[in-house]
Design a binder for this molecule. Sequence first.
Ligand SMILES: Nc1nc2c(c(=O)[nH]1)N[C@H]1C(S)=C(S)[C@@H](COP(=O)(O)OP(=O)(O)OC[C@H]3O[C@@H](n4cnc5c(=O)[nH]c(N)nc54)[C@H](O)[C@@H]3O)O[C@H]1N2
Ligand SMILES: Nc1nc2c(c(=O)[nH]1)N[C@H]1C(S)=C(S)[C@@H](COP(=O)(O)OP(=O)(O)OC[C@H]3O[C@@H](n4cnc5c(=O)[nH]c(N)nc54)[C@H](O)[C@@H]3O)O[C@H]1N2
Ligand code: SF4
Ligand SMILES: [Mo]
Length: 696
Amino acid sequence: MADEIRWMRTHCGRMDHGGCSLIVGVKDNKMVTIKGDPDGYLNKGYICPKGLASPDRLTHPGRLRHPLKRKGGRGQGNWERVSWEEAIQTIGENLERVRERYGAGGVAFCQGMPKGMEHFALIRLANSFGSPNVVAVQDVCHAPREVTGGHTCGFYPVADFHHKSRLVVIWGSNLTSTNEEGEICSLLLEQVKNGTDLIVIDPRRTELAKKARLWLQIRPGADNGLALAFLNVIVEEGLYKKGFVENWTFGFEELANQVKAYTPEKMSQVTWVEPGLILEAARYYALSDPAAIQWGNPIEQNTRAFDTARALVCLMAICGNLDVPGGNIQANEPRILGLGKFVRADLIPSKRKDMIHAYHKTIPRLMTVPPAFFRKAVLEEFPYPVKAAYFHCTNPLLTYADSRKTFEALMKLDFFAVSDIFMTPTAALADIVLPAATHFEFNDIGHYGLGHGYILARPKVVDPPGECWPDIKILNELGRSLTPKKYWYEDYEDLLEEVLEPSGLSYIQFAKKGYLKGVDRFQKHLSSGFRTPTGKVELCLSKADDFDLPPLPRFTGLPQEDDPEYPLVLTSSKSPYYLHSSYRWLEGLRKHSPDPVAEIHPETAAEYGVGEGERVIIETKTGQITQTARLTKDVHPGVINASYGWWFPEGSPGSQYEWERSNFNMLTSIEDLGKEFGTPNLKGIGCRIAGIGQDR
Ligand SMILES: Nc1nc2c(c(=O)[nH]1)N[C@H]1C(S)=C(S)[C@@H](COP(=O)(O)OP(=O)(O)OC[C@H]3O[C@@H](n4cnc5c(=O)[nH]c(N)nc54)[C@H](O)[C@@H]3O)O[C@H]1N2
Ligand SMILES: Nc1nc2c(c(=O)[nH]1)N[C@H]1C(S)=C(S)[C@@H](COP(=O)(O)OP(=O)(O)OC[C@H]3O[C@@H](n4cnc5c(=O)[nH]c(N)nc54)[C@H](O)[C@@H]3O)O[C@H]1N2
Ligand code: SF4
Ligand SMILES: [Mo]
């Protein structure tokens, strides 16, 4: 009966980092209806297919419901059910054993894409345990943009979709599918409807490319070269904002000299974009006031991440688009507890010196261990051995570059535990598997610590099934058993109250409000300068020598030079129906996207004798996988756009669900890494079509 339905408002989390406000109908502890909230701050009524699939995600029969302990050999797929008490005790004993023998740094705490407060509670656990090693995927996700922004202009410049832009440059970002971190596409589409122009830089003709004034069909991996060519045009033609450059930048002359060499003609050869089109796009960006650059993963998913991000922040700066409404802004946080305090950074003062990547001389302020260096520590014991790990919210066998290396590292660990909501290829190799409660099943705070200037309430809507626990509760209990109890609470929800305390709100009051936002303030440099050593935007880095960084953005060649053996360029883009490697097990999503698909231009397909729907074998220097060919003129003839994150939940845990067959990261390598962030090449890799595979 309709009157039995209880209506609640919460924010979406876990399915990407969007944050749509949702209205949910609940009956008998089940979500029976879900829809976008027309008053949503970010989404204005929008909800995507993943959001709509949320109820089935919670009630799926395959969900983990009880803690499990491995029986028999690692990865054989045999488990016994254990109590929470035994699970926590087993993890505690093993981590303690490693800490005694190898030091706390011998234990790594590993996080995937941050999903909510669990990310920060995990850092707090690592800090209070004494380990400097929090491993995260940030090397290929946000850290290059964020940390480079910090060094160049003192903040992470995010596109401001809450104020009108004259132009938005969508630079390697697929917002209609990915609704990237706070940049829910509905806000952008509203602007486009009201006359905002788009320039799209993408090797594929995306939905947004179809709406764009200009589409630059770039060679994957060549963004570094294109960004420098934009700078060349704008500097040579004097199109930059002279007042801002004079008063608020450091090293303009040096930058101007540096970019002289990167002419559109020259960069056209590496980027595959016509010189005339580069000129037109660069001029249009410089002359549009204000203009935002919405930058995405391709900026940072290759070894040139630092130089690319540097060039783009310089571009925003000299065109006067930093921290202006409708440009790329420094968002102001609401009055809540700062990150450093919440994670108890004070407990581990020597972290910067001791963390694994410090020995690889990465960029200052990168605080999480790049996965490539984590595996080196496990496999080669450099700079010191890592013997145990705790993983949550991550499936590294699919998501770290070079899956074979990940497999070897997982097999070599003395002990590891995984918390997940579903059995995955990674969890199938663990010693202990913990059943996590997930979004809608506990009170959480969204967008904390992400630099977008607001936090979102995600109040609990239903009880979790079986014995599932929220990750923050698991971490609170692990903290209480492994570290001094005073750093934790009787009731894990007090962790949320601690974050909100400075706002004067309790969690319940916050949930009623829905979100908390910092006040809009722009051009803060006018009163306090930029937070850099010179107080200005550092086009040339004043501390480059101290930090062992190149002072100016450079082009040092493509991330991978052309190789006639591998004449096609491989890249990937995220599916609108899945989150990385997650949710292939949901029928409602799988029906939209049943197989891993590789997009190939019809001419290229004809050349290799590949037909629509055939299983094509894609090969790189590192490995081979099979995906289903989809012929489309939306990709460049020289490019294959393959699917990423595929495994087969319908398969068997004893073979880890065929994690090798179609997994994009079987094709990626960690031999070449960007120095600053330890980033591997995930986009722009030489490949070839090695034949047609067998039907399954
Ligand atoms: N080749 C290639 N590799 C990439 C990328 C790429 O574009 N190409 N993208 C990179 C990027 S941007 C990122 S962020 C990473 C993502 O890397 P991961 O975060 O490792 O990716 P997911 O596949 O989303 O893994 C998340 C896991 O968390 C589980 N999960 C969901 N909700 C919960 C919860 O509430 N609690 C717990 N404990 N578990 C939960 C899911 O079931 C899933 O198994 O991958 C990176 N890797
Ligand atoms: N549905 C869904 N949404 C997600 C996620 C998901 O897995 N699924 N993941 C979330 C996460 S953790 C992140 S970090 C964001 C990432 O969101 P995005 O940054 O949008 O990530 P991608 O889809 O990897 O890449 C964006 C676009 O770059 C294009 N591209 C590929 N190679 C290149 C290149 O070399 N240069 C340029 N300029 N373009 C290139 C692709 O064709 C694609 O259209 O999305 C978040 N949202
Ligand atoms: S776009 Fe993201 S936040 Fe919005 S409903 Fe979809 S998954 Fe949830
Ligand atoms: Mo990401």
